[in-house]
Design a protein around this ligand. Structure first.
Ligand SMILES: [Zn+2]
Length: 320
């Protein structure tokens, strides 16, 4: 006498809520925290190697179901992350926006890695790396003449620089780290480094000790090196008057610049040359000033990873 298979368990729980993302013809129910989403196997499988593999597995008889659909619990993932992921999958125009909120980019990177949504992961990483480029040309395209940072593919919000840095490090997006660390020390103050920055939603972004340490050491290293020969401000301390046509004017200008750049308070290592200051010198010295500054910036960029205890640029891979 054969036993009949056990009936599949219908999952019902009063504490569970249904998301607005609930397709009546859906074939799988995802659950994150206490929220369920009814979507389609075919959509998940087409975009995720993880779900493609899961769909191919025989479903156990005691697999929990909801309205006849198998239930897959995403136990470690936040509801909001899953909402953004599904929006990206079901709303074609969603990812076409020029700038996306940081929360969306973070969700696509976290879930993209967890469940191998490769295309979504790549597009989110691309946005993060675009904002934290690996070349000086890419960096220059994002800062204004007065050295302000423009976030163009991730919406600007308080604490964004710390959030991007943490996201990159936690997800092994190493190529974004040198620029992310540099921005964290340039555009945020030292108090924020330890006390964090309040976000609009009442939460607070803060850096963990490993990032605080790298920021402090990087800041000190850049301050020390920027005025050495060959680096950004080094020209001030190894001045050549050989081609100077107006030593009186240029000496006065140099003293002024020494007061400004020589106090060693801010990091100027990757700042643009000051076009106003350039006019204080004679033509010959102006040329020398601009060329030396440009060469110094380039040298700082090439060496940028080491100031933050990172391997050289060509060893910074994105291990996704
Ligand atoms: Zn001169």
């Amino acid at each position: 006498m054969s036993e009949s298979p056990p009936a599949k368990r219908q999952r019902t729980d009063a504490s569970l809520t249904r998301s607005k993302i609930w397709y009546k013809d859906g074939s799988i129910v995802l659950q994150a925290e206490n929220t369920q989403f009814r979507v389609h196997w075919s959509v998940l499988s087409e975009n995720s190697a993880f779900f493609a593999g899961l769909e191919g597995l025989p479903q156990p008889n005691d697999q929990p179901t909801v309205d006849g659909c198998p239930l897959v619990e995403l136990s470690d993932d936040a509801v909001v992350d899953v909402e953004y992921l599904l929006k990206a999958l079901y709303t074609p125009t969603f990812l076409l926006q020029k700038a996306l909120p940081f929360a969306v980019v973070a969700a696509l990177i976290r879930l993209g890695r967890n469940y191998d949504f490769r295309d979504l992961l790549d597009t989110a990483v691309e946005r993060l790396v675009f904002g934290n480029p690996t070349t000086l040309e890419g960096y220059d395209a994002l800062i204004t003449a007065d050295n302000s940072y423009r976030s163009t593919r991730i919406l600007c919000q308080p604490g964004l620089l710390y959030d991007m840095l943490t996201l990159a490090r936690e997800n092994n997006i190493q190529s974004a780290l040198p620029c992310a660390y540099y921005r964290a020390i340039i555009y945020e103050n030292r108090i924020s480094l330890f006390e964090g920055i309040p976000r609009k939603d009442g939460t607070r972004t803060s850096l963990p000790p490993i990032d605080q340490r790298r920021c402090v050491l990087g800041h000190e290293a850049l301050l020390k090196i920027q005025s050495q020969t060959g680096y950004t401000v080094g020209w001030l301390f190894s001045w050549s008057e050989d081609d100077c046509t107006n030593p009186t004017k240029c000496t006065r200008a140099r003293v002024h610049c020494l007061r400004r750049y020589g106090q060693m308070l801010p990091v100027y290592a990757l700042c643009h040359v000051n076009p106003g200051a350039a006019t204080w010198f004679c033509r010959s010295c102006e040329k020398c000033y601009k060329e030396s500054w440009a060469a110094g910036r380039k040298k700082v960029w090439e060496e940028l990873p080491k100031f933050f205890d990172l391997p050289p640029w060509d060893h910074l891979t994105n291990d996704l």
